[in-house]
Design a protein around this ligand. Structure first.
Ligand code: NFS
Ligand code: SF4
Length: 658
């Protein structure tokens, strides 16, 4: 065991992505350093930090809990230290997502007021549906009037200090959940108030009670849900609600004779414009000797433009530096989040320009273009022009594009999903899923989400768990870099259905295929349904809500779990926490810094279930993880059936417990 662990840690080629593997092997010894090398240099990593018992909240610290020192200098025991660190991680995620959401909200405010020329309301139908959900009057009002009120309500959800609870939360989840949150005193007024109150609560010498701290972490995580949901809803209004379309993924999408622009980050406000500018500027690229311009995506901004524009995903988080090492990326345009600072030094070994664009996400030595919504197209053209100029400096001797790419069908917003289901059952679309579960055709659903993390081999856990669950008739949906893995490795197409789906899942997908022949324009549905970027985890949760409504139960009764097999970022911590609070079993494949306090660990793994219905499962081994997820789903399906049968037999209400 020790040997196996040691060997795993020493292997630089920690990936199952054949394109990433090829680049790593070709560049071994070249002196270009990537995360794969730095991970090895970092070993062994500090076990105090790893288990969560290191406190740096005040500068008497760092204090760490050891056999000799059972408390920090101030007297804080392990449970206080771990719980405080946990909240602060959640707050990092909540702040990142909600700042993204706020950016989108402010841009839409400018649209409502007619102050920007390059953006508009791309999806007025979504705007109406959204307004209706928020109980905003739409009758007899112009789109811009409706939008103004939606934006104002969103702004209140960011800044309100008391009085009313968060509207987005209240109107997006089922009432039983809201009652639960009020009862547990974790229902937030607004994002900014909650962030400030949580930072105050975790200051040195404030809250020492682990349960109180963990509940505040969950309240903060609910604000993460609000910020993400606002980002998703308003991006749909601004750029359109995604629907299925075909594309390709992995390094093989790079074109040897074209200007290649990699769009990396999270916020579609920039990437949508660059895609548009690139389409218009093909001629300019031809004048520079290229055959044209091709845009491709990395991380979640890549998911955003894949979902709406069919832009090909180039790679996911961990292999972002490797994309540059193909020698064929002319510009990597980045906005916010998950951008490794390491890309700049890699780019300096090639001709690639790293273009940073956002005031709070700069990288020293990168090329900075100050993106500004009021001059969006002008700025996007400037970015594309830099890429065209850089293309001229490309060194053909350094170009090495792995010939790996796979077909992808993506774009499954909840609306798109509902439409597919409606072709089978127009009156009660979600009954198509609930019936399939009740009849045993499907076992349930799993959302695959989250990042890559070098503590486990790149993409391996994502792939292994998804394939195992698909074999066992779990309907898989995916977002973020998990979806990036599936795109690259060929699981987002119909060949994968043939190859991996269990009989029940195959029958279910075939039935949807049959009923939607015309809508799918000759395409067939994939094995895994790509629901979007990380902020679009809210779409995946809304699917859980829709199933709960169909069954008329609270969400913890729905056989639907989440898995973040390679979780890495603070955003993953906050998403996992709201998934639990909103009633999901959540598997995490990299153990977060919590087990240092058995008490806090116990809350995450067990007590959370008693209170909220959701709970965490830590499991690094992907085969074991698949079995645990399957067991969690089966337990729910079994209980639901028993409760339904009892309710029918005794003509009572369905038991509200889980
Ligand atoms: Ni999610 Fe997307 Fe990827 Fe993880 Fe980063 S890109 S927001 S945080 S690494 S999935
Ligand atoms: Fe140490 Fe307490 Fe300061 Fe943390 S808050 S660093 S435990 S003295």
């Amino acid at each position: 065991m020790a040997d196996k662990k040691k060997k795993k840690d020493l292997d630089r080629n920690r990936t199952v992505d054949p394109a990433a593997l090829e680049i790593l092997s070709c560049t071994e010894g070249s002196g270009v350093e990537t995360a794969y090398d730095r991970y090895l240099n970092m070993q062994p990593q500090c076990q105090y930090g790893n288990s969560g018992v290191c406190c740096t909240i005040c500068i008497q610290g760092p204090c760490r809990i050891t056999k000799k020192a059972s408390k920090g200098i101030c007297g804080a025991p392990a449970y206080t230290i771990v719980a405080r660190n946990l909240i602060r991680a959640v707050l990092g995620g909540t702040s990142a997502h909600s700042d993204h959401g706020l950016h989108t909200t402010l841009a839409l405010g400018e649209v409502a007021d007619g102050n920007v020329k390059d953006y508009g309301i791309a999806d007025p139908e979504k705007l109406k549906r959204l307004a209706e959900r928020l109980e905003i009057v739409t009758e007899g009002r112009s789109d811009r009037e409706i939008l103004r009120e939606v934006v104002d309500l969103a702004l209140e959800d960011f800044t309100r200090v008391n009085g009313k609870y968060s509207a987005w939360l209240e109107k997006s989840v089922i009432p039983q959940r809201i009652e639960k949150f009020i009862e547990c005193n974790i229902m937030p007024y607004s994002i900014h108030r909650t962030i400030a109150e949580s930072m105050a609560q975790t200051h040195m010498g404030m809250d020492a009670d682990p349960v109180n701290l963990v509940f505040q972490a969950l309240k903060s995580a609910l604000c993460d849900f609000v910020g993400m949901h606002i980002a998703t809803d308003l991006s749909d209004v601004l750029f359109g609600t995604p629907s299925p379309s075909a594309s390709e993924a992995n390094m093989g999408v790079l074109e040897e004779n074209m200007v290649n622009i990699a769009l990396h980050g999270h916020n579609p406000i920039l990437s949508e414009m660059v895609v548009k500018a690139a389409k218009e500027m093909q001629e300019e690229a031809r004048e520079a000797g290229a055959e044209g311009i091709k845009c491709m995506g990395i991380c979640c901004t890549g998911n955003e433009v894949l979902m709406r524009q069919g832009v090909a995903p180039l790679t996911n988080f961990l292999s972002q530096e490797l994309a540059i090492m193909t020698g064929a990326v002319d510009a990597m345009v980045v906005d916010i989040q998950c951008i490794m600072p390491g890309i700049q030094s890699v780019a300096e070994c090639y001709h690639t320009k790293i273009i940073t664009t956002i005031p709070n996400a700069k990288i020293p030595s990168s090329y900075y273009i100050d993106f500004d919504e009021t001059r969006a197209m002008e700025k996007a053209r400037e970015i594309v022009r830099v890429a065209i100029e850089t293309f001229k400096q490309r060194d053909p001797s350094k170009v090495n594009i792995p010939k790996v790419k796979n077909k992808v069908i993506a774009g499954f917003s909840l609306e798109a999903f509902e439409e597919l289901l409606s072709s089978v059952n127009p009156d009660e679309p979600y009954k198509v899923i609930t019936d399939a579960i009740e009849q045993g055709e499907l076992e349930g659903l799993v959302l695959f989400a989250g990042c890559n993390n070098l503590k486990v081999p790149h993409d391996e856990s994502h792939h292994t768990i998804a394939v195992e669950l698909a074999k066992n008739n779990i309907l898989p949906v995916a977002t973020g870099c998990a979806a990036g893995t599936y795109a690259k490795l060929g699981l987002l197409n119909s060949d994968a259905v043939e190859k991996y789906a269990g009989e029940g899942l195959k029958a279910f997908i075939n039935r949807l295929d049959e009923a939607n022949k015309e809508k799918l324009n000759g395409e067939k549905l994939p094995l895994i349904f790509h629901m979007g970027s990380c902020v679009d985890n809210t779409r995946a949760y809304d699917l859980m809500t829709a199933l709960a409504r169909q069954w008329k139960v609270d969400t913890p009764k729905v056989p639907y779990a989440a898995s973040a097999p390679e979780a890495m970022s603070e955003k993953a911590v906050s998403i996992g926490s709201w998934c639990v609070t909103l009633g999901m079993p959540v598997h995490v494949g990299v153990i977060p810094p919590i087990p240092g306090s058995p008490l806090v660990d116990g809350i995450a793994l067990q007590i959370a279930q008693d209170v909220y219905g959701g709970y965490f499962m830590w499991e690094e081994d992907p085969q074991e993880a698949a079995q645990k997820l399957l067991a969690a789903i089966r337990e729910r399906t079994w209980k639901l059936k028993v409760h339904k049968a009892a309710a029918e037999q005794y003509e009572t209400e369905l038991s509200p417990t889980w």
